[in-house]
Design a protein around this ligand. Sequence first.
Ligand SMILES: Cc1cc2nc3c(=O)[nH]c(=O)nc-3n(C[C@H](O)[C@H](O)[C@H](O)COP(=O)(O)OP(=O)(O)OC[C@H]3O[C@@H](n4cnc5c(N)ncnc54)[C@H](O)[C@@H]3O)c2cc1C
Length: 437
Amino acid sequence: MPASLLIVAYAVLVGVPVALGWLLVGPARAWPDEVSSALAMAGFAALLLEFLLSGRFRAVSGGIGIDRTMRWHQTFARVLTAALLIHPFLYTTPTGAQFLRPEDATQAGILGLDAYTLATGAVAWLLLGVLTLTAIGRDSMPWRYETWRLMHGLGAALIAVLGMRHTLWAGRYSTHPVLAGYWVALFGLAALSLLAVYVARPLRLARRPWRIAAVTPAAERTWEVVLEPVGHPGLRFRAGQFAWIRLDRSPFSMREHPFSIASAPGGDGRLSFLVKEAGDFTRTIGTLRPGARAFVEGPHGTLTVDGRGEPGLCLIGGGVGVAPLLSILRGRRLAGDARPALLVYGNRHAGQIVAQDAVEALGAEVVHVLQEPPPGWAGETGMVSRDFVKRRCAAAAQAGWLFVLCGPPPMMREVRAGLAALGVPARRILEERFVYD
Ligand SMILES: Cc1cc2nc3c(=O)[nH]c(=O)nc-3n(C[C@H](O)[C@H](O)[C@H](O)COP(=O)(O)OP(=O)(O)OC[C@H]3O[C@@H](n4cnc5c(N)ncnc54)[C@H](O)[C@@H]3O)c2cc1C
C-alpha cells in the first residue's frame, strides 16, 4: 500500500470513534471533557492499530518498507501514549453516584467509573507509560533483545485488554452499540494480527524448512551463513532485500533476526547472509553446524534497484552493510545489466573487507576506504565523510545515477549530507538501516 493511502486509512480509523461519538451521542460537556474523550478514543484506536503496524504484514509495510513502518510505529506510539496519559487529567466532570442526575438521559454530568473501570484504566495507564519508556530506552536496559520484545508484546496485549474493558464501561460515547461494535472490531483485528504473527506465520514457516549448508568466516568477526531449501524451491526475492531468520531453532522461537540477503535471486535457491558479531546471538554464529534446521521469513525491504531507470548505480556501504549491495551487484551481473556501477566500501581496517577478490570481480568500480590503512595502502583513507562523498561521487550525482546506501548510522548521515550538498534529490537515494532505534 502506498504511504499516502496508509496515512489516510490510519487517520480515518483513528478518527472514526471520535466522529461516531459526536454524531451518535453528541458532545454535551465542557470542552476539556470533550477533548479528553477525543484523546482517549483516538489514542486507544491508534494503540490497537499498532498491532497491525508492527506485525510485518506485507499489505501494510510492503509499499513503504519495514524501516519506515517501524519508525511510524515508534512515532505514533509516542503520540498516542502522550494522548492517553494526559486524558484523565482534563476531565472537569465529577465521578461518583452522588453526581448522578436521573433526569439527564445523556449522563453528561458524571464520569461512569465503577471500581473495576477505574482500576483497569489506571493499570493500563501505568503499563502504557512503562511500555513506552522501556521501548525508548531499550538499548540502555540490561535485558536481552528477545526478553524485551516478549515483554513489549505481552505488555501491549495486556494494555489492549485492560483498555478495552475500561473503554467499553467508562466511555460515555463508547457504550453506544455502534461505537462498542467498532471497538470490538478493532480489538478483534489486533487479536487476529497477534495470532497471525505468533501462530499462523510460524506454522507456514514450518512447511518450508531450510537447512544450514555452510558457516564460514568471511572477515574479522563476520561470518557467511549459507542456507539451502529443504523440499521446496526457496525464496523469491529481489536483490537488496532482507529476511528474518531462525537458525537451529523452532519456527515458533522468539530468537529470529533480520539479515540482508547477500546472494543474488535465482540460481540453486541457496541464500547467503553475512553476519557480523554484534550481540549474544550473532556471537554464537560460528558455533552453528551445517545440517541444522533453519527458517526464513521474508522477503522484506525496499532496497532494490529493480525497475529503476537511472543510467548508473552508486552503492555506498560500510562494514557488514555491504551485504545487500553485494546482492544488488550480483543480481546486476546475472541480469546482464550493463549500466556502470561504483561501489564505495568503507571499513576500519583491511581485515574487515569481505571477500575482496569476489567483490572486485563483480564488474563494478570498487573504491575501498580504510580508516586504519595498512602500510603501503594506495587506496582511499579516512571515513566515508560528506567531503569524501562530495569529491568522489560528484560525477555520479551529476550524471543522474541512483544512490544506494547501507552502513552504520553516522556514515549514513554523512553520506546523506554529502549527497544533499551535491543536489541529489531524495527520490534518487535508497537506504537500509540495520537498527530500528
Ligand atoms: C533490515 C535489517 C537488515 C540487517 N542485515 C544485517 C546483515 O546483513 N548482517 C548483519 O550482520 N546484521 C544485519 N542486521 C543487524 C542484525 O539484525 C543485528 O545485528 C542482530 O539481530 C543482533 O542480534 P544479537 O542478538 O547478536 O545482538 P543483540 O545485542 O541482541 O542486539 C543488538 C541490536 O540489534 C537489533 N536486534 C537484535 N535482534 C533483533 C531482532 N530480532 N529484530 C530487529 N532488530 C534486532 C537491536 O537494535 C539490538 O539493540 C540487520 C538489521 C536490520 C534491521
